[in-house]
Every structure is written in structure tokens, then in C-alpha cells.
Design a protein around this ligand. Structure first.
Ligand code: ATP
Ligand code: MG
Length: 564
């Protein structure tokens, strides 16, 4: 496959520059990258940035990218998450080939490395409680204090580590720590924990282990064991790089991957943290990880986003070294651009108002020719049934319409796209005065929608033939949060900013009959309304459900403009 590689005019980002230089100088003959998710939740749009970077540079350099599960925390991980992550990476268009790995596959080797560190006097078993450890650690301005257990003999440490491993100690009673420097200005280096006791079953190793290695110890060694050349991670690991390098240097490993940090993706009006997304799921604020309002990969997929749109978005935002916020509109524009090219145009009426064309023969049906993509004739035409009764949008009729209202009102003429010109003659209301039906006449000579005498008819509206409709539920989405930075308020929870109107389900919409054949991979533009797709989860054979992927224009930008 091709990735949405930077266009020729766009300079390489700093990571691609480093890689290009490393290949040019001969430092590396080829490169190896990895995407290392922890299987403790579903992937989100932030992960897509990392996936597109790691797999992207591999594809561009004809090299390999590994998928490695960083599964060192059995309490929070599961096979369900592993499977969802594999599905999502594949769906985004990337392939790890035979290079699927698990940190848990290295548990034996990691254990051996820990013993080696103990043997060279660089690791010790410490019995300080969690609270004491924190107190001993010091602060940014004060050095830490050495643990009273720091100067145990190698033999003592080896024996205690065997006991830890054998399950002789309870959880939380001791840990294995690296012996580095309690006075280091970098707190990460103040004798970090390497192993802790967890008497939990692991989704892959079962009950084999009751001690588990910490992230910082596991990650660098896993990278090293796999021959990773460039270990790309987000900026919050900048301080951890010193520890990454310390472990590999101290163990004199045969190769030493280079860790490079880049800015994580932050998008406004959402949260991108698995922990927070998990809360939304478990507390029922959304219907699941794949709720179409969630910026998880599975939510975006169900909503109708295309892999190409997400890759294009990641390419647009680029890779930098400074934290920044990306406007949600940038993501929405990426899918809009993609679908504008690719999506077939169809008719759907979301808020139906019935029209009876009184001078059209009763019982007659004809088929009008409609373009599938007016700007792209190659996408062909389709036949749409037309009859005496059609539905239009409520909003396309106005009783006391101002002059500039170019749609339907009593005495005014409008074009039913691809069909005929109609003129509204009469309004029918119910007991409450609500408009429930319009009586119109049509001009039989205006077939296709053009006036025979060249008279000007400004308004063109969409419609569906009443006896032929496909009835469907249509779901419209708004942003999940009302606040631009939902987790910025320290006094409040991000959940206080959930948008109560983020989902509008329209139960009885009228769609053109051809949509009965819609497949879950198809995306459509409902003319004038936005881009839509079949919801593969909520649809039933009796009642299809369509999601609005995105509106036609950035309604938020328009809103902001009108405030200016
Ligand atoms: P979260 O904060 O959502 O829990 P995480 O960093 O704990 O994410 P991991 O499974 O450890 O999730 O992430 C796998 C990879 O994805 C890491 O290399 C991480 O740096 C990267 N990643 C996670 N979130 C983002 C983001 N918002 N932008 C870019 N990369 C990200
Ligand atoms: Mg993480």
C-alpha cells in the first residue's frame, strides 16, 4: 500500500530526517520501528498518529514495523483488547507481516537480565512501603534519600529475588529496584522500580509469574531484543530516555535502539486517554468502545470514517516536538475531503413532509435519471422512482416565507431535483395547526427539472417517492463534549462536560429505495445533508440505521464566523 507520504514540497519532519540521515551515513542498513500498545483498552485517534508514523516510515523505507503488545500489567489487560488492536491497525491499512510480538514472550529473558543487574551490583530488593518510597524519592528541588536496603550484598539480593519470584512475599511488601543515583536531577533515575509482585493471572502466561517487570525495564530491552533501530514515542517519555539508555548501557547489550520523542496528538472537544475512554464505556455514558461519538478507531470506523481519511489527517497534522492542540474541524475536514471525491450522491429525507401532486396521474410511477456524482460523470447515473406522492424536508417549506426563501411556499415554484418543477397550491394542517401535507401541481413539460420556457426557478430541493421509500433510522452526531478542553478544569471531571445533545436519533426517515442495497462499507452523500453510512451494529434487516459521518460544511466554523 502507499501511505499518505508528505508531498514533495513538504519538508521531512524531524524524525524522518534523522532516519534518512542514519540510512545515508550507513549507521543503519535498514531500519526497524515498532508500535507498542498496552492491551488495556481500544485504540484511539492519538494512537493512529503513532501507527501512521511507525508503520509509515517503515513503508516509505521498505523496512519493517513490529506490532508489539506491551503486556506487563495483567490486571488491566485482556485478549479482547489484543484482538481489537490488531483489527484496528489492519483496518488503518498497515501490516506487521510476521512481526507480531508480546513483551510477555520476553519474561524469561527479562528475568535473566534482572539477575544480571543484581550480580553486577546494579539492582537490589527493597522493602520500603509505597509511601516510604515516595517520601525517599525527594522532589524536583531536593535530592532523594537512599533506601536502607540499598547496600545489601549481591548474594542477599539474589536470594530475596528468588523468594519474590517464588511467591514467598505478599504483594506490595518488596520490589526490585535499579541502583542508580538518588541525587540525580532526573527523578526517573532515583533507583526506579524494575519488578513488582502481582499475584495475578496473565492473559498469556497464566500463573507462571507472580512478579512482573515495569514498563521502563521492559520497553528498552524488548526494543533491543527485536533489533529496533528507532524507538519512537511521545514526549512524556522524554525523562525516561535516560533510564532507557542506562539499562541498555549497564547491561552492555549488543545493540542500542535510539529513543526519539514527538508531540502526542491532542484534539479539542474530546479526550484521548484510554483510562478516560474506559470510564465513558463502563459508566454507560456511551454505548461501547465503538460508539460512533468516540474518537476510538472502532468508533470512527462505525461512524463511517475511512482509513484513508484518518491517514490523511495524520499526514496533515505532521510530526513535531512541541505539544499542541488540533481543532476537531481538521479531522472532520479530512473525512469530508475524502468522501467528497468518493461518495455516491443519493436522496434521503430526514424530517418528512408529504406532498400530493394533484395533477399527476394516480397510480402512475416513472423513473427519473439521477447523477451519482454531478462533478464526476464517470460515477454514472441511477434511476429513481417518482410518483404522485413524494416527501420533502419540513424545512424546505415555509408558510409565511420571506422574499429570499427560494424553496416551497404557497404560490411558489421549486424544482424537485432531476424530476419536475412543482408549485405549491394548498397547505393541509392538523388540529394543532401543524403543517402535515402540501397539495402541489407539477409542470408535465418540465421533465428532468428544467423549465420549458426558460423561466427562472431558483430553488432545488431533494425528495423521495412516498410509495417507494426505504424507511430508516438516521442518527446525527454532535461533539461528545461541550467544552473545548474537557479535562482542563481541575475542579471538575471531564464527564461534567458531556454534551447531552451529542446524539439525535431520527426514528422514521424516508430514503430512496436503492439504499436498501447499501453495504456497511458504502458511504453516501445524502444531498444537502451530509455524508452517511449504514451502522453495521445497530441496523437490522427490518430497520436499517444510518449514521451521519459528517455534515457537508464545517457548521462550527460557520457558527464562529457569525459571532465575529
Ligand atoms: P493512553 O494515554 O490513551 O492510555 P498510552 O500511551 O497509555 O495511551 P499505549 O498503549 O501505551 O497507550 O500507547 C501505544 C503507543 O501509542 C505509544 O507509543 C504512545 O506513545 C502512542 N500514543 C498514545 N497516545 C498518543 C497520542 N495521543 N498521540 C500520539 N501517540 C500516542
Ligand atoms: Mg502507555
Amino acid at each position: 500500500m502507499t501511505t499518505e507520504k508528505e508531498s514533495a514540497s513538504k519538508p521531512l519532519d524531524f524524525i524522518r530526517q534523522i532516519i534518512t540521515e542514519d540510512l545515508a551515513s550507513g549507521k543503519h542498513q535498514t531500519i526497524v520501528t515498532r508500535f507498542p500498545p498496552e492491551p488495556n483498552g481500544f485504540l484511539h485517534i492519538g494512537h493512529a498518529k503513532s501507527i501512521c508514523l511507525n508503520f509509515g516510515v517503515a513503508v516509505e523505507n521498505n523496512a519493517t514495523c513490529h506490532l508489539r503488545f506491551d503486556d506487563t500489567n495483567p490486571d488491566k489487560e485482556s485478549t479482547e483488547y489484543v484482538e481489537s488492536i490488531k483489527r484496528d491497525v489492519r483496518w488503518l491499512g498497515f501490516d506487521w507481516g510476521p512481526h507480531l510480538y508480546y513483551a510477555s514472550d520476553y519474561f524469561d529473558q527479562l528475568h535473566d537480565f534482572a539477575i544480571e543487574l543484581i550480580k553486577i551490583g546494579k539492582a537490589y530488593v527493597c522493602h520500603l512501603s509505597g509511601e516510604e518510597t515516595r517520601a525517599y524519592r525527594g522532589t524536583l528541588t531536593e535530592p532523594g534519600k537512599e533506601s536502607p536496603y540499598r547496600h545489601r550484598t549481591v548474594e542477599e539480593n539474589l536470594a530475596l529475588f528468588v523468594q519474590m519470584r517464588n511467591g514467598d512475599f505478599e504483594e506490595g511488601t518488596c520490589v526490585l529496584r535499579a541502583k542508580i543515583d538518588m541525587a540525580s536531577p532526573n527523578i526517573v533515575l532515583r533507583d526506579p522500580v524494575l519488578y513488582r509482585i502481582l499475584k495475578s493471572s496473565h492473559h498469556r502466561t497464566g500463573d507462571k509469574w507472580c512478579i512482573y517487570p515495569m514498563y521502563d525495564f521492559t520497553h528498552c530491552l524488548s526494543d533491543m531484543l527485536e533489533g529496533i533501530t528507532h524507538s519512537l514515542c511521545t514526549l512524556e517519555f522524554e525523562n525516561n530516555r535516560a533510564l532507557y539508555d542506562w539499562v541498555l548501557d549497564t547491561l552492555h547489550t549488543p545493540n542500542h535502539p535510539r529513543q526519539i520523542e514527538f508531540a502526542r496528538l491532542n484534539i479539542n472537544y474530546t479526550v484521548t486517554s484510554k483510562r478516560k475512554l474506559l470510564q465513558l464505556v463502563t459508566e454507560g455514558h456511551v454505548s461501547g468502545w465503538d460508539d460512533p461519538r468516540m474518537l476510538t478507531i472502532s468508533g470512527l470506523r462505525r461512524r463511517g470514517y475511512t482509513p484513508a481519511a484518518i491517514r490523511s489527517f495524520c499526514s496533515t497534522i505532521g510530526i513535531g516536538k512541541r505539544e499542541s492542540w488540533i481543532d476537531m474541524g481538521v479531522l472532520e475536514n479530512a473525512v469530508r475531503d475524502d468522501l467528497n471525491q468518493a461518495a455516491r450522491r443519493v436522496f434521503g429525507v430526514l424530517d418528512p413532509l408529504k406532498i400530493v401532486i394533484t395533477n399527476y396521474p394516480e397510480g402512475q410511477t416513472e423513473e427519473v435519471i439521477a447523477q451519482n456524482h454531478p462533478q464526476n460523470p464517470a460515477m454514472g447515473e441511477r434511476l429513481v422512482p417518482f410518483s404522485r406522492e413524494v416527501y420533502i424536508e419540513q424545512s424546505d417549506f415555509m408558510e409565511n416565507a420571506p422574499k429570499k426563501f427560494f424553496r416551497l411556499s404557497v404560490g411558489r415554484e421549486v424544482r424537485l431535483r432531476y424530476a419536475y418543477l412543482i408549485t405549491c397550491q394548498e397547505v393541509i394542517k392538523d388540529d394543532q395547526g401543524k403543517v402535515v401535507e402540501l397539495r402541489c401541481t407539477y409542470d408535465p413539460a418540465s421533465q428532468g427539472g428544467s423549465a420549458p420556457d426558460g423561466r427562472k426557478v431558483k430553488g432545488t430541493i431533494h425528495w423521495v417517492s412516498a410509495p417507494h421509500v426505504l424507511r430508516a433510522e438516521v442518527r446525527l452526531y454532535d461533539r461528545l463534549f461541550t467544552a473545548e478542553y474537557p479535562d482542563a478544569d481541575k475542579e471538575k471531571s471531564f464527564k461534567d462536560f458531556l454534551n447531552p445533545d451529542s446524539l439525535t436519533a431520527l426514528a422514521d426517515c424516508m430514503l430512496e429505495p436503492g439504499l436498501a442495497q447499501a453495504h456497511s462499507d458504502d458511504r453516501f452523500q445524502f444531498e444537502r445533508l451530509g455524508y452517511f453510512c449504514l451502522d453495521p451494529v445497530a441496523s437490522t434487516p427490518e430497520k436499517p440505521v444510518f449514521n451521519r459521518i459528517v455534515t457537508l460544511r464545517d457548521s462550527w466554523a460557520k457558527l464562529n464566523e457569525s459571532h465575529e
